[in-house]
Every structure is written in C-alpha cells, then in structure tokens.
Design a binder for this molecule. Sequence first.
Ligand code: ADP
Ligand code: MG
Length: 886
Amino acid sequence: MMAAANPDSSAYSPLIRQYLDIKSRHPDSLLFFRVGDFYEMFFEDAEEGSGLLGITLTARNNGGKRDVPLAGVPVKAVNEYVSRLLEMGRRVAICEQLEDPAEARGIVQRDVVEIITPGTVLEDRLLPASRNNYVVAIAGDAPFGLAVVDLSTGEFELREVAAADLNDELGRLEPAEIVIPEETEAPAGPWHLTARPAWRFDASLGDERLREWFGVASSSGFGLDPARDPLLLAASGALLGYLDEVRPAGLDHLRPPRVDRAGRVMYLDEMTRRNLELVEPLRPGEGASLLALIDRTRTPMGARLLRRRLLRPLVVPDEIAVRLDAVQELLERAEERERVRGALRPIRDLERLAARVSTGRAAPRELLGLGLSLGALPGLATALAPLEAGRLAELRSGFDPLRDVAARIDEAIDPDSPHALKDGGVIRSGFSAELDELRGVRGSAVDFIAGMQVRERERTGIDTLKIGFNRVFGYYLEVTRSKLDRVPEEWTRRQTLTNAERYLTPELKEWEAKVLGADDEIAKLEARLFHELRDAVAAEVGRIQATAAQVAEIDFLACLAEVAAAEDYVRPRLSDDIAFDIEEGRHPVVEAAAARDTFIPNDMRLDDERRILIVTGPNMAGKSTVLRQAGLIALLAHIGSFVPARRAHIGVCDRVFTRVGASDNLAAGQSTFMVEMTETATILHGATERSLVLLDEIGRGTSTYDGLSIAWAVTERLHELGARTVFATHYHELVGLAESLPRAAAFNVAVRETGQDIVFLYRLQPGGSDRSYGVHVARLAGLPPDVVGRAARILHMLESGPWGAGGRGAVLAEAGLGQLSLFEAPAPAPGPDGDPPPSGAPDPAESADIAAAREVLEKLAGIDLDGMTPLEALNTLAEWKAFGDA
Ligand code: ADP
Ligand code: MG
C-alpha cells in the first residue's frame, strides 16, 4: 500500500506515522501496537485481525486527516487473542510503549519487544505439557542439517538427516514451526513454515553466531567441526538468527547444542510409529498407545523424556545395558523405588519454570512453585542415596539440589502470594525491614480509620454510621437517610445513594492519604524486591536446567521400573547377533486391555537359520497382535525397558520396520494401494540383516493374485537380505513359499473347528494353516445364513479350479497368472468340512448365470474394436447388460 511505503507522508498523524515505520520492519506479522490499555491493529492488519478474531473493525480519527481502519484488543485479554492467532498459524509482533506516557514529551516511544510465533511461544497455556514444542531450522538438502530448539525448556539439538528420512524425522518431532531458506521446496506436511533469506543459512556465519551466543572461542567444544558439519552449523546459525529476531531481549536459558550423531539411536519411520501405535492410537479415540500404557512418570520433564526416548531407541547394547541396570535395581528395591517416586511427586515443570524465570515472565506464584519444587530436591537426593547401579550413582553424585536457590525464594516469597505482582502481598514479612515498616505504617493508618467508625458513632449519635471504601471516592462515611439530621456541618457530601448519603471529612482524607501513600511505596518496593529475586534466580538458570535434566532421567528410569513391577516384565538380554528369541511374549497394550489373565502369551524365535516367519491363520485369529507384540517388545528393549515376556533375547536391531496392509489401516486418507507399495519400497531399500521387519497383510490393497504375487516377491527379497522378518498374512498360499525358502518357516495362529464354527486359541504354532476361514468368520459376524451358504459354495467352486488345492504353488510360480474368473464352470465336489454341499447337481440359477456369462464372453472375443464407433460400443454394452438383467 502507498502509505506503508511512505511513513513520513503528511497524510497521517504522528502516531500513525510511527506505526507505519514500525510495521514496515515487521511485514509478516500482525502488529499489536500498544496504545494505553489496548493493542491496536491498523490498516490491513486491522482488516485481517478483525476477520480472524471476530472483533469490531472501526476507524481511527486521524487528527482531522484521512480515517484509518482500526481494530483493538484489550491488553488484559491479549493472551487469548494471541493464542487464537497462533492456532491459525499467524505471527504476532508485540509493540510496547517504551516510556511512561505521563513523562513522554511528544509521541510515546514504542518498539517491538517480542514476536510470538507458533514455535517460539512461551505462554504456559499454549504449550502441551507432556510434549516438546519445537522450532526447527532446516539447512541444505540431501542430507539435511536440522537445528531443533524447544524454547519452553531451553533444549537445543543438532542432527543430520538423510533426504529420505526428513519427513519421518519431522513427523517424529512434530515441530510447531519450521524455518527454511527462501525459495527452497517446503517439506510436505501440516507445518507452519517461516522462510528466511538463504544467506542466513551459511555455515561460517552459523559458527560465528554459535560462538557469540554461548560466549565460547570455538564450537568444537560442542563436538562440532566446521569441515565435517557445515549443515549443522548452517542450521544453527539460521535458527539462532531467527530466535534473535523474535526475542530481541535475548534468551539466556537456551542450552548449548547437543549433537546427535547417527549410529547411536534407532531411526523410527512414521509408518512404524503409527502402526505400532507408539505414542498415539491408529484411530484417535480408539484403543491406547504404548506411551499411554507405560507413562508412569511423575514430572512433566520425565514425561517428555520418556516420549522422546520411546521415539529414539538406542542401538548400542552397552548403552542399553546401563539403563537396564538402573531399571533393574529400582525394580528389585521396591521400597527405594517408592521413595524416589514419592520424592518426584512435588516437583513441577522445572524446565519450563526456569525458562519463564529467565525470560522475565515468571509471575510470583510461578516463582513460588519453582521454590517449592526446588525444595523437594534434597528429598530426592536422599531417596537416591542407597542406590548403586552405575547410572543412578552417576546421577546422584552429580546432583545439585539447589538448596541456596530454594532458600532464596522461600525467604522472599509469601506462601500465600497472589498470582499477580500488582495484587500485593508477594513478599514475605520479615524479608525486608523497609517493607515491614511501610506495611506497619499502612496497617496503623487502616486501624485508625476503622477506629473512627466507633469514635464518630459516639460523637454524633449516628449508630448506623459506617466507614467504607471504594475505588472512585476512596474512604467515606455512610449515613442512612433516617439519620441525616445528625450529620455534623463540617462533613462534605460526596455521593447520594437511594437510602444513604456518603461524606468525607478532612481527618478521613488525611489518613486516607497515609494509607494510599504507603500502598504506593509498598507496591514499588515489592516490585523491586520481586524483580531482584527473579533476576537472581535467572542467573542460576543453567544449574536449574542441569538438575531438571537429571530429575527427568531419574523419573524416566523409575517409571520403567514401576511399569516392569506393575505389569510383570522381565529384563531383556541384548546382544550383537541376529537372535530374536521371545519366550511367552505378550502384547503390552492388548494384554492391559484384556480381562485379567485372558491374554495368551506366545513364543517367537528367529535366528541365523530362520530369518523369516510366515504367520497364517484366519481373520481375527491374532496374527496382527502377535506381530506387533514382537515389534513392541523389541522397541521397549531398545529404550532400556523391561519387556512383557518370560524371557527375551534380542540381537540389537538397526531398524524396526512395520508395514500394515492398506485395508487394515484406515487412518485418514492413507488407505491407498500406492501408499502401501511406497512403504514396502522403503522397507526393501532400507532393511539390512540387522533389521526387524514386520509385515502385516501386505498386498491386500489390490486384487487377490496381484497382491499375492507382490507378497511373494517381497518375501523372497527379504529372504535374500536376511532381515529378521515376521509376515502375517491371510494368503495361506504363502505357506508353500515358506517351505521352499531355506531360511523361512511357516507358523499359524491356532483355531479349533467345532462343527460349523471355529474357536480362536491365540496360540502360535509351527506349520501353515491351509485355509482362510473367512466364511467361518463371516458366519460368526452374523452375515445372513443364506449369504454365508452362497459364499461357501462359491469358495468351493474356486478352490476346485485349476488353482485349487494342490496346484496353487505351481500355478503361481508360473509367470502367466490369470486373474480370478467367476465364469469357469464349477467342478462338482463334496463340500469341505460340513459346509452345505452342492450335492452333485449344480444350482439351476447358477447355471443360468454361467450360460449368460459364456455368451457375453464369446461375443467379447468376436468384437473388432478398431472397426467400431463409440455409439456402436455403447449399444453393444447395453445389449450385454440385458443378459445380466434377464
Ligand atoms: P488378525 O490379525 O489375525 O485378524 P488380531 O491380531 O487383530 O487378528 O486379533 C484379533 C483380536 O483377538 C484382538 O483384538 C484381541 O482382542 C484378540 N487377541 C489377539 N491375540 C490374542 C492373545 N494372544 N490372547 C488373547 N486375545 C488375543
Ligand atoms: Mg490382522
């Protein structure tokens, strides 16, 4: 707009010119421009803001000049409005008055003090407690350098991600905001993107920024090397630059970066996270996630750490063993564990409180909350004292219980402090002699005024006389209408009510001045003392964060021990080989949801000689459950947790892949065959001999023979790769494959047939199942009996064709797979297992269908497509349709 380009334009008042000047520096944010008790938006911001927030759009009188569109929100309610704008993905620049309007000469000085964006918000209400709120900068391409910051806790991590893994990595982090270079391709996903000039993503600039920000001479202290890590430096630089931009006042609580090198942790892709329902159920609201089951943490820091670690399992057996040792000791020493968990309970969100103190946002009650949390630390140290496991001993010996900081807060803040500083009563009595004296003065003045009520009643004989106070008139004497004749002459009337009059006296005003004067002084002094305290605590933010990280880890370990105790888990053995040997394994989540002791445990063994298990069995037999159970046990073991089994020995996996067939996975918009094949491709490209691959019903999203052929070929490839694979399938045809591949074995989930019904036993046993039992399941599910009967006959018909029993493997192995044809004549044969037999003669209705179909087929073969007009084709189609309808 013209005006924006020319802030000095004389068409505007000085205030609007100031606005335009500031706005020109923040074109991509809504500018909240402080004017008195309101934040005002002008021009396009007013129009957009009023639309987004549903507030009134008016016009500001522009000093007799052109009117300016205006929309304002009260300062008191600003958080509410900002949070709504953030949810809509907008950014808000908060522009404050930098001087007291009463003292300003000319126009009040103003500037932007912070920009609130989805990824940099610090308001507690806008942050999820048990998850991190990340802002991520992405540098480079193939591979990418990621700088990841959670401003609400001060965490800062750097890692390199291969091109193919970027989307999965972002899916894991779920960043609230992503900073990318201008004119680069945006990563796919529902992300809030912020583009910044490409030059800001420069490695040497990044190195410089890092050194400057953390006041170090070289970034090598962070494990960074400019020659090796240009992408990480570039991403750091861009992110720090961005943080500088949104928080010009600085961020002292940002911790030095932790470089997360590939090779230490297992990379979990999105399909595996989703299909194993690690942190949320596949269908929201249905079932529970693994995280929900095992999250017995006592603090928000612990909860966030558990979630992070669950999504980044370890791959180094020794590191895992360190965690397992700690969990084991806490499991075995139940009393000590209870003490540790008890000591964790009063500890609040130290990380976020520290961040709020450090950024000057903590209100009195938050500081008090921090103090109380710190006060609980010595108790935690005591509870840890008897524990001996290596990691626990380490945590204990490096533990800083922050007694000095706790004491400092405790001394100063009144335990009954109100939430807001302005309400007064924040500082404890006894902390400042000066404050106590002022409060004394105020108190005696208030007492004196209260005493006046009695004295004046006596003096005037007005026995209903009351002394009251209101904000407008201050103290007053109130006399009911019936006693007005007794009011002394020297009283001044100030206010008339229906039943009473209110008066002032010089004496009352004099004492009131003492009270108000003291109030003023008290407020100033309290504010000063509070800010001094907050600054002093802010200076210790590094220590608080270090302790918070230790608390989080203690909570994490104690939580895993608690789960192991409550759910009866065992310590897994992790090794460097290919073993995968689970005895009496259970699915942790299904087991927890099942009625007591009704879950059937299962053994599962893979090793050098047996890399692939083909698990068949009817629908609902428990194939998916036993398969996911293998994945969940493996992942739990890799984060250092005990596992739901009697015994477990697992050779460390470099990856765990899980693929669930399209028709089993109805998550919104994902159920296409293309997605299924893309995911399968990812597995075939990524799996190694060290991987664990779990395939559930792949190939289901297309026609039977298509699907079966793909499943077949995929299995052969995985067999070549040697990846430990469990493949659950209702294609019992794959059993033959298991028999022909040397390192594959067929298992099935047992069912027992009783007459026309089957009973699910949920027991995994060697051997293939030779049938799908789909018709049985259809009957169980209550399909009408005549439909079930008809299905049984069709099944029989199909199974007796050339691809029927016996010849299946041979037929399929040949290249020329025919698609399923319903038009072949049935070969009469006795019905299997008591299914209603067609008893020799074909059903007459069936014969008529087949005859009609034959006729159509014959005509189809005789058609000369090239010599046909579209109209003729349509007519032919209509003719054939008549056969079907007849
Ligand atoms: P499939 O994949 O073979 O169709 P699922 O694994 O989905 O079957 O299992 C179907 C249902 O059977 C599950 O929802 C669960 O309630 C029950 N189930 C599965 N495995 C077991 C088991 N081992 N013990 C008890 N119930 C089980
Ligand atoms: Mg299934």
